[in-house]
Design a protein around this ligand. Structure first.
Ligand code: MG
Length: 157
């Protein structure tokens, strides 16, 4: 088995709608980015790719490539799982921390975990999504954006 770590941060962009953990979340500002801005998906992708030393989201889906403009990050996550599979590994479990003042992640965490698990082809109980506020400190506390940490364990097929 191998372990990988992922991190992502995106600035809020009120002109976009929020997509996080594969969910469309009404009533919150969206996230800037070349794709749909789903920082949860991007952190999980980096954790999976990192576990097999296969680069990161930017090296596989570069913002210079218009293929990924406005892309559904769940498609990118599916492709990352394929890259993992090509190297002989499958996701075992994933744990995610979303650091943001808003929206509150708690009420959304189960649906996000279910969606991520579905796309990765693993059991819902093998994905955990947790939310933390930043206690109003710094740029996250000021509501400029959000940050996501993810860790993934992968095992040989
Ligand atoms: Mg990103």
């Amino acid at each position: 088995m191998r372990v990988g770590l992922g991190y992502d941060s995106h600035r809020f962009d009120p002109s976009r709608s929020l997509v996080l953990g594969g969910l469309e979340i009404p009533g919150s500002p969206g996230l800037s980015g070349h794709s749909d801005g789903d920082a949860v998906a991007h952190a999980v992708i980096d954790a999976l790719l990192g576990a097999v030393s296969a680069g990161n989201v930017g090296s596989h889906f570069p913002p210079t490539d218009n293929t990924w403009k406005g892309a559904d990050s769940m498609v990118l996550l599916g492709k990352a799982v394929s890259i993992l599979g090509d190297r002989g590994f499958v996701p075992s479990n994933v744990d995610v921390v979303v650091i943001t003042e808003a929206p509150k992640i708690g009420p959304l965490s189960e649906a996000m975990a279910d969606r991520l698990a579905e796309v990765m082809g693993i059991q819902a109980g093998s994905v955990s999504v947790k939310g933390k506020s930043n206690e109003r400190m710094g740029w996250i506390g000021a509501g400029e954006g959000l940050a996501v940490h993810a860790v993934a364990l992968v095992t040989r097929k």
